[in-house]
Design a protein around this ligand. Structure first.
Ligand SMILES: Cc1cc2nc3c(=O)[nH]c(=O)nc-3n(C[C@H](O)[C@H](O)[C@H](O)COP(=O)(O)O)c2cc1C
Length: 293
């Protein structure tokens, strides 16, 4: 009789502990600072333990844990601010370079007086390119657009490796897109590649992702890639996002550490094709709804 009671007692303790942890974590995500912890929360902390009923003691434990997580959150937040001020000190150099490019590049959107939606609709995956090379400054603009993509907790968990060296590009096209990856052999015509490697995300984004059972890092990278290809489209450069390539060979050729993940490769080049297969979009009613699922 005593043994089952003991087990039951322990189980209740663990459930309470888990609840406290859960609430603490939720607080970490939703409370920006100590100032948001209510006065009643603090008042409870001042009541002597012996004078508290059992329920109050549990609440107190939860509040202490929530405070602990809040401190943790504030530290993470401050470290983000430190990174921002570091960037502020060094100045946003690439942006000024973008401004100074003058009238060198084409701007399809301006030339055709396109709205943003028209630009989005005009982008297609390009799988046939002419022989023109892409200017380094245009590639820089594309990466600049990607760099400004939003990311969970501003983690910016990416590194973009631009390949515009002709010899290197050919080695990559030959080795990383052959054999079972042959369906992407069209990239041999591409003028450049941009590899997107995922980097460490911020702890808060990682934890948030775990709690939400999702992967913010991959979402962030997807958004950045879309920024990149839309910017390329505006400059009249065709792109194709590629998820099917020999990652091992790519890492070997470019000395990328084995521990890293190359999420995607983007092939770029001036389009040779002007006709594209009809776009099969799902029905609007299937993918969009207002005010309910
Ligand atoms: C994550 C991802 C991976 C892709 N991988 C490939 C690929 O390996 N080869 C390819 O030819 N296209 C690839 N694509 C392009 C898609 O096939 C293309 O975006 C889709 O068919 C819609 O066509 P559209 O881009 O012309 O609108 C990929 C696209 C995404 C977003």
């Amino acid at each position: 009789m005593i043994l089952p009671m003991g087990i039951l007692f322990q189980a209740i303790r663990y459930v309470n502990l888990l609840r406290a942890l859960k609430r603490g974590l939720a607080d970490m995500v939703s409370r920006a600072s100590f100032s948001e912890i209510s006065l009643t929360d603090l008042a409870l902390l001042t009541v002597p333990v012996s004078a508290q009923p059992r329920r109050l003691k549990i609440i107190k434990k939860e509040i202490i844990m929530a405070c602990g997580f809040s401190i943790f959150y504030i530290i993470i937040k401050n470290s983000q601010n430190l990174q921002l001020s570091f960037r502020d000190i060094h100045g946003p150099a690439p942006v000024s370079r973008v401004r100074n490019t003058g009238g060198g590049q084409r701007n399809i959107k301006k030339e055709h007086n396109m709205t943003f939606l028209q630009l989005v609709k005009s982008r297609r995956s390009v799988r046939s390119y002419d022989a023109r090379l892409i200017k380094r400054e245009d590639l820089e603009i594309c990466v600049e657009a990607a760099r400004h993509a939003p990311s969970a907790c501003n983690s910016q968990p990416w590194k973009f490796i631009v390949i515009d060296d002709i010899a290197k590009k050919e080695v990559i096209a030959k080795n990383a897109f052959s054999g079972i990856y042959d369906m992407n052999a069209f990239v041999r015509e591409a003028a450049a590649f941009i590899l997107v490697v995922s980097e460490r995300t911020k702890l808060s984004a990682w934890m948030g992702g775990k709690l939400r059972n999702t992967n913010f890092r991959r979402i962030d990278i997807g958004i950045a890639c879309e920024h990149l290809v839309l910017q390329a489209q505006e400059l009249g450069i065709g792109t194709c996002i590629l998820g099917w390539f020999n990652e091992k060979k790519l890492k070997k050729i470019l000395f990328i550490p084995a521990s890293k993940k190359i999420e995607l490769v983007i092939a770029l080049g001036y389009p040779e094709q002007s006709e594209f297969p009809e776009r099969h979009l799902k029905d609007k009613d299937e993918v969009v709804s207002f005010n309910t699922y």
